[in-house]
Ligand binder design. Structure first.
Ligand SMILES: NC(=O)c1ccc[n+]([C@@H]2O[C@H](COP(=O)([O-])OP(=O)(O)OC[C@H]3O[C@@H](n4cnc5c(N)ncnc54)[C@H](O)[C@@H]3O)[C@@H](O)[C@H]2O)c1
Length: 452
């Protein structure tokens, strides 16, 4: 056989010998932080009465989960679509006040806190109004619809002593906490790249949701729903599929990327926008009139390392974030986090020696083994350790952290500044896509600027 045609893999297989490292796999289950059961009695002074603003797809999840927590009670729900008044009563299972006007909740003295789960274009106004009314706020991700909204929300939060927690829930998961601990212990050595990816490939995943069958200008306050967006005649598709349009949503960036960014900020212990961003993409798969891209690969610089995040509604792929460094990889997934160490040194003679004449190659390989082969029985082992745990998208731990903060008045990790920075990453990704140039955040002017 012509040695010059050896592939890298074939060469390593034939020369690895005793220097080859064994790869073992271990697995552990991470217990979630204990949350007392809802049947546990709570002193009346510790009970929290909350209202919910927006009881749609996510609001209904939040409501269902929040009422399972001990000492937490929903007393009112606001939504512009009447069908969701009925839904909120069904979820709570006992009489609660319902209204189209969220200000009625904010004016109520018996409400301590509000959960806000309206579309992105309503986040700023609802949060600013809730804080002005003295309520603690849990607001869904992405915190803002645009940078100006984010700045206004941070300013409003700083003016009060109210708790503001943003709803990118995985920062409260045990899996992210484990990834953070591994990173802080130096498991991956010097970090030099982060990559994350997530893809969907079905109409639901691409936000082509079915319309509520009784939706009409009679059952929905369409005018108010549009908020500050340009006013158009009643359009049920805009109501149910608002993520498709930039006038209301923030695309795959604000819907999905924000989770990856928030998780990354938490693991790395950073709280700042990216230094620069370059995004690509287009509408490749879902040509249904939307104006947000359905394929959106984004290259960021965060914490002085490149971060490559690829979002797609055009082809399914599992969600994973890989923190890569000189000593190995931390891989974060929905139900697990694993750490695979790497030696970072040669474990076999160089495949470059395949280009040496036979006598020279044999001498090099022999000498290499003499110098580098470990003593038999003392071969170092590279072991991938996998920690399994509860779904990192479970809402319960994150809601529990919020209500605990409402009781204790201790600050939360995912506050308005954290949420603003995570959302900025998304806005920069969208802006780079629309402008077709790399962009950066100019903190002095509070605007996004082009680099090119
Ligand atoms: N954390 C997560 O994993 C997660 C998952 C899904 C959605 N979300 C976020 O939750 C928010 C809501 O998303 P959704 O899918 O539930 O949307 P949705 O359209 O299903 O529900 C939103 C509801 O808000 C109501 N609404 C709009 N403006 C209002 C106003 N001014 N006053 C009262 N009610 C108003 C609408 O009538 C609607 O019922 C979004 O910001 C989204 O990004 C987060």
């Amino acid at each position: 056989m012509n040695k010059a045609l050896f592939s890298r893999r074939e060469f390593l297989q034939t020369t690895a010998g005793a220097a080859g490292a064994s790869l073992l796999t271990g697995s552990n289950f991470l217990e979630a932080e204990p949350i007392p059961s809802s049947s546990q009695s709570v002193a009346p002074s510790d009970r929290i009465r909350f209202g919910i603003i927006g009881v749609g797809m996510e609001g209904s999840n939040l409501l269902t989960t929040a009422i399972q927590l001990p000492g937490v009670e929903c007393v009112a729900a606001a939504d512009l679509y009447d069908g969701r008044h009925e839904l909120s009563k069904e979820i709570v299972g006992k009489p609660i006040r319902t209204t189209r006007r969220y200000h009625e909740l904010l004016d109520s003295k018996d409400i301590d806190a509000v959960i806000i789960a309206v579309p992105d274009h309503w986040h700023k106004q609802a949060v600013v109004d809730a804080l002005a009314a003295g309520k603690d706020v849990y607001c869904e991700k992405p915190m803002s619809h645009n940078p100006a909204d984010g700045l206004a929300m941070v300013a409003a939060a700083k003016k009060t002593d109210r708790i503001v927690q943003i709803g990118a829930q995985r920062t409260s998961s045990v899996l992210c906490a484990k990834a953070k601990a591994l990173f802080e212990q130096g498991a991956i050595g010097d970090m030099n790249l982060i990559e994350a990816t997530y893809g969907r490939n079905d109409p639901n995943g691409a936000w082509e949701y079915p319309l509520p069958t009784d939706l009409s200008p009679q059952t929905l306050d369409w005018d108010t729903w549009q908020g500050t967006a340009p006013k158009i005649p009643f359009d049920g598709y805009r109501f149910a599929r608002w993520r498709c349009w930039k006038e209301y949503g923030t695309g795959v960036a604000g819907d999905l990327l924000v989770h990856l960014i928030s998780g990354m900020q938490f693991v790395l212990g950073i709280n700042e926008p990216p230094k620069k961003v370059s995004a690509f993409g287009g509408i490749y798969r879902w040509k249904d009139g939307r104006n947000m891209p359905d394929v959106h690969p984004v290259l960021f610089e965060y914490d002085n390392v490149p971060v490559y995040m690829r979002l797609s509604l055009g082809c399914e792929s599992t969600e994973v974030t890989r923190f890569q460094g000189s000593k190995g990889v931390i891989e974060l997934r929905e139900f697990s986090v694993s750490y695979t160490p790497q030696f970072g040194v040669d474990t076999s003679p160089s495949y470059y020696s395949a280009s040496f004449p036979a006598a020279m190659r044999n001498a090099y390989v022999k000498e290499w083994h003499e110098k580098h082969d470990p003593t038999p029985g003392q071969e170092p082992a590279l072991e991938t350790i996998t920690y399994n745990g509860n779904d990192y998208d479970d809402l319960k731990p994150h809601l529990w952290k919020f209500f605990e903060a409402v009781r204790s008045r201790k600050p939360v990790l995912q506050d308005a500044v954290f949420g603003h920075n995570a959302a900025l990453g998304c806005h920069l990704a969208n802006e780079s896509y629309f402008r077709g140039t790399p962009v950066y955040w100019d903190a002095a002017s509070g605007t996004i600027k082009s680099l090119a």
